[in-house]
Design a protein around this ligand. Structure first.
Ligand code: ADP
Length: 401
């Protein structure tokens, strides 16, 4: 079975064609600047040179057509005919309370994704465009939506409700949803397999530390709490996002700076976090370098990031009444040896240790804790596309395909 995984942004389409016989990527690529002058597709077929094509792409429908053309091209394609694509799997940011599992797209699902645009105005409309475009390009091919929020739908009310009147939850759907669910689920399942224990018997904390960053408590395979909230702004301090703070700061800044609600939202998403504190960059490599060169603000930014990760690890160990496995994933989690080391420093009360020699790796699955450590600490590279493809395959197989 061959599955095309599609991840649409408002002006972009990321794609991967995965052969599910061996879970190998056959080709991947990125369409950028859809609807803006200078549209371009970068196509990377496995075992062949990459191809860059500039062409006018006025909408996602045209973008998807270029994707299919690249995949089936006699020279740089990887399949002969688009009929070889058995299904498409779509990443969708927000599933609200409507979707706690991946879904086969039908009218109900399509309308659900569209209506949830009210909770994710930047993201869900792009998925809607992607679904429509794919339907047009590959008529009759089953489409599956995989939601970033779905894994966290197992959180209990005490974890997902906010301390505001209950009718705000009922009337406006204000609650914590959590994000990065596909990644948290993938690394939790992968680490359980690697350890060779049923996930049902494990208490796992997964740290997805990238530009966007979140931490999840996975008890017996289920998400019981996660650091992002109503939007991906909550929880940790991130590259450019502020994370949690006293809510009274929001109206205070708005008044001081004369910000509208939209200005304030942009500010908290784009101008804060590690970049705002350090004044250097949102990229941890730059901030680490600046801190090493004596930049005090860069050091504060890193210390704040580390401290908050540690606090979540402590909180989630309490939430689960224990911890068996701590997992690091995503850009920083997979690659930053120093961040992992500093996060795990002074955590021995929790049984968390790190072996500096084992920790000297990037981007591979590996245990990095000391042999004597009570908690197993792992690096597990995330693979959201593969998880989406697996979820898609499971649903399509149920159709008897
Ligand atoms: P996202 O998918 O949220 O955009 P990624 O998971 O790709 O983000 O992570 C990007 C971040 O990973 C960058 O901000 C960068 O700081 C960090 N990163 C990547 N490689 C390294 C490294 N070798 N050392 C430290 N940080 C790194």
């Amino acid at each position: 079975m061959k599955i095309l995984v599609v991840n649409c942004g408002s002006s972009s389409i990321k794609y991967q064609l995965i052969d599910m016989e061996n879970e190998q990527v056959m080709a991947k690529g990125l369409v950028e600047r859809i609807g803006i002058p200078g549209s371009v597709i970068t196509h990377r077929p496995e075992g062949k040179d990459k191809v860059v094509i500039e062409a006018e792409m006025k909408n996602h429908t045209v973008g998807i057509k270029y994707v299919i053309d690249c995949l089936t091209h006699p020279e740089y394609g990887v399949i002969k005919d688009m009929k070889e694509i058995d299904a498409t799997g779509h990443r969708v940011a927000h599933g609200g309370e409507l979707f706690s599992e991946p879904e086969l797209v039908d009218q109900r699902v399509f309308e659900g994704v569209r209506d949830l645009g009210r909770l994710a105005p930047l993201h869900n409309p792009a998925s809607v465009m992607g679904i429509e475009a794919t339907e047009e390009a590959l008529p009759g091919v089953p489409m599956v939506t995989v939601f970033d929020t779905a894994f966290h739908q197992t959180m209990p009310p005490k974890a997902f409700l906010y301390g505001i009147p209950y009718n705000m939850y009922k009337d406006y759907a204000i609650r914590s949803y959590g994000f990065h669910g596909t990644s948290h689920k993938y690394v939790a399942e992968t680490v359980a397999k690697e350890i060779g224990k049923p996930i049902e018997d494990l208490k796992i904390i997964t740290c997805h530390l990238g530009n966007g960053a979140s931490i999840t408590a996975v008890d017996g395979g289920k998400s019981v709490d996660t650091s992002m909230g109503f939007t991906p702004l909550g929880g940790l301090i991130m590259g450019t996002r502020c994370g949690d703070m006293d809510p009274a700061v929001v109206p205070f800044i708005m008044e001081k700076e004369g910000f509208t609600p939209e200005d304030m939202n942009q500010f908290m998403n784009k101008k804060c976090g590690v970049e705002g504190i350090s004044g250097v960059s949102s990229d941890f490599r730059d901030v680490e370098e600046a801190a090493n060169n004596g930049n005090e603000r860069a050091r504060y930014a890193l210390d704040m990031f580390i401290y908050r990760v540690q606090r979540y690890i402590g909180a989630y160990t309490a939430a689960m009444n224990g911890l068996d496995v701590l997992v690091f994933t995503a850009g920083i989690g997979e690659n930053s040896i120093t961040m992992r080391e500093e996060i795990c420093k002074n955590m021995d009360f929790f049984g968390i240790t790190i072996d500096p020699e084992k920790n000297n790796i990037r981007g591979e699955i590996k245990e990095i804790s000391q042999d004597s450590g009570r908690v197993k600490v792992y690096v597990v590279p995330t693979n959201e596309e593969l998880m989406i493809a697996r979820e898609t395959k499971a649903i399509v197989e149920k159709l008897g395909k």
